[in-house]
Design a protein around this ligand. Structure first.
Ligand SMILES: Cc1cc2nc3c(=O)[nH]c(=O)nc-3n(C[C@H](O)[C@H](O)[C@H](O)COP(=O)(O)OP(=O)(O)OC[C@H]3O[C@@H](n4cnc5c(N)ncnc54)[C@H](O)[C@@H]3O)c2cc1C
Length: 344
């Protein structure tokens, strides 16, 4: 009989974010699939009451909280104490948490303290034949495995975007306060603030409906014999500004900066999609000036509808990798698209 702890931290406004609500849905489904199991919620934050109220109707038998100013911000040394305290208070055998940057840093350490085990990058959590299991991808999303463990407690970090977020009724929740005693050493690191680019300069947008990929072609010599990198930048930024699409890149394009060539200034290796880059999840994708080679397109595993614009009718997108290939000049097409968007 499993005791499932749904573990979440609050966002800066005290609420639970989308990824946390997705993990809650997964934890509820697992609890429903395992006869005799118990679902408990554990919350960490500066204050957790509004987060607890937000999930008051989720069916958890208890809502535990570690709340104090010390737990408001992400900090390994205090978060690990809070997680350990919550897992012990719940006597959790399975801990399900969203794979946020905050939990990704902490949960392996907490599992070690509890002599448990952890699996990260889970994309699904299942109950088959009365046994819990998780699915995750290996070898850059080429193979999917189902993982089961007998060791407890078992920590599972669930990737964002893999479950529909729980959106049940809010209410007034009774939170059981759990003590997480800290020493001065735990408080040695002080979070003095957060530096983040303004939203309109933030080009990686996991929640966007569209992934827009820019390839090295944007910086290459065009039919007039010249490169047009400045114009490429303008066209791409204009499109991103109008659509709020997420910006992906090929390796060739981001590597060019290392070679001192003219590149798109807002592009970094964080934008790289592919075998040695990321595997984002978006309903649609549009590749521009990108050849569509396998090490790149393997990162498109979770992009459902795929289109590409390339001058070359024999590019790799034409080999069954795109639903639609526009054999056209991306400069011309995207300028036209931007004009149509502006006229809307
Ligand atoms: C071990 C390994 C790991 C790798 N990992 C990755 C990875 O994670 N991600 C990744 O992206 N790559 C990766 N690569 C590199 C990958 O194989 C390709 O080299 C890379 O994706 C090519 O990038 P590209 O398509 O932008 O550039 P190119 O191959 O130079 O293609 C540019 C394209 O732009 C088109 N073009 C030019 N001008 C226009 C225009 N005006 N309009 C329309 N089209 C135009 C051209 O026809 C051409 O098809 C990896 C390679 C290896 C060996």
């Amino acid at each position: 009989m499993e005791t499932i702890l749904f573990l979440a931290h609050t966002e800066s406004d005290g609420s639970l974010g989308q990824a946390a609500l997705e993990s809650l849905a997964a934890a509820r489904t697992l609890a429903a699939g395992l006869t005799g199991s118990t679902l408990i919620a554990g919350l960490v934050g500066g204050s957790v009451q509004s987060a607890a109220d937000q999930i008051a109707g989720c069916g958890a038998t208890r809502i535990l909280g570690v709340a104090a100013a010390d737990f408001a911000s992400s900090r390994y040394s205090t978060d690990v104490v809070a997680v350990e305290a919550l897992a012990r208070a719940a006597a959790a055998t399975i801990v399900i948490a969203p794979a946020t940057s905050r939990w990704n840093r902490v949960l392996a350490g907490a599992a070690q303290r509890l002599d448990g085990r952890i699996d990260a990058h889970a994309t699904g959590i299942t109950a088959a034949d009365g046994k819990p299991g998780l699915t995750r991808w290996y070898y850059r999303q080429r193979m999917e495995a189902v993982v089961q463990r007998t060791r407890r407690p078992w920590f599972i970090l669930l990737e964002a975007g893999c479950a529909a977020a729980w959106n049940g009724p809010a209410g007034t929740a009774a939170v059981e306060s759990v003590a997480a005693p800290l020493t001065d050493a735990n408080r040695r690191t002080i979070v003095t603030g957060v530096q983040a680019p303004p939203t309109d300069q933030q080009t990686i947008r996991p929640d966007a409906k569209l992934l827009f990929v820019a390839g090295a072609g944007w910086t290459k010599a065009q039919p007039d014999g010249k490169a047009h990198s400045v114009e490429a930048e303008e066209i791409i930024l204009d499109f991103l500004g109008k659509t709020k699409a997420s910006l992906g890149s090929t390796k060739s394009l981001v590597d060019l900066s290392g070679e001192g060539q003219a590149v798109l200034k807002f592009m970094t290796h964080l934008n790289q999609v592919g075998q040695t880059g990321s595997t984002p999840r978006h309903p649609k994708g549009l590749a521009t000036c990108c050849h569509g080679e396998e090490p790149h397109t393997v990162g498109w595993r979770f992009i459902n509808e795929r289109r590409a614009i390339n001058l070359n009718p024999n590019c790799s997108w034409a080999q069954g990798k795109a639903d639609v290939l526009y054999v056209a000049d991306a400069f011309v097409v995207m300028r036209k698209v931007n004009a149509l968007l502006a006229a809307k």
